[in-house]
Design a protein around this ligand. Structure first.
Ligand code: IPE
Ligand code: MG
Length: 226
């Protein structure tokens, strides 16, 4: 969800104003995704690197997250949305950790969509923590399935589609392991301007892709005939 700062700057406003508008875009996008029947939506809200941003901006981001959870959790639960978090959430302020724990508990039986928020998240960090777990468990052999189960995203399917807003053409340490075969969609739209319309555009793009997973077109056609 990139581009909040630039969105605000273009309007002669403070970056924090952009984050506030970014939260509005987040609220509507989550609802639109649920309406469209998306089963898993994962939002990159805060990276391990973002933790080095100025204190004032970080505090504002934490506050917006507090507000988001407080305002939205009941509605999320009503709509069958299960909340999940990935990343080193132990680095968040204590009260926010508790607020998140409460929201996770409230939504734990929801089954229509899983909304995962990546907080204090880094793909390399996640892989390293999973490798450390594997060492602790003294795993003798490790295949992709057992390793995936040690990641924060354990039990979740790999993403079909990645959407990056804000015009940068990079992954920025997001879900490095999980994105191996994901379709990538980049848009210049800044996050606060993102909407259901943009989401549908990204899904349309996804629908034009042929996913071969390393096979040939002919093999994929044969498979789909059975
Ligand atoms: C993304 O917007 C939001 C977070 C990282 C929390 P940015 O703050 O990165 O916005 P730009 O890239 O400066 O426009
Ligand atoms: Mg940015």
């Amino acid at each position: 969800m990139d581009g909040n700062g630039r969105w605000a700057k273009r309007r002669g406003q403070d970056r924090i104003y952009g984050h506030r508008r970014g939260i509005e875009a987040t609220k509507t996008t989550v609802k639109d995704a649920r309406r469209m029947g998306v089963s898993y939506l994962t939002l990159f809200a805060l990276s391990t690197e973002n933790l080095k941003r100025p204190r004032r901006e970080l505090e504002a981001l934490f506050n917006l997250l507090r507000g988001y959870i407080r305002q939205e959790i009941e509605q999320l639960v009503e709509n069958g949305v299960r909340l999940r978090v990935i990343g080193r959430t132990e680095l968040l302020p204590k009260d926010l950790q508790e607020l998140i724990a409460g929201a996770l508990a409230k939504s734990k039986n929801c089954r229509k969509m899983t909304l995962t928020i990546a907080l204090c998240y880094g793909g390399r960090d996640e892989i390293l923590r999973a490798a450390a777990k594997a060492m602790r468990l003294k795993k003798k052999s490790l295949d992709e399935k057992t390793f995936s189960a040690l990641l924060d995203t354990a039990g979740m399917p790999d993403p079909d589609l990645l959407i990056r807003t804000g015009g940068e053409l990079r992954i920025s340490n997001f879900l490095l392991w999980q994105l191996a075969y994901t379709e990538l969609y980049f848009t210049n739209t800044l996050w606060p301007d993102f909407s259901g319309k943009e989401l549908r555009k990204a899904v349309k793009f996804y629908q034009t892709r042929e996913r071969r997973f390393g096979l040939t077109s002919e093999q994929i056609e044969e498979k789909s005939q059975f």
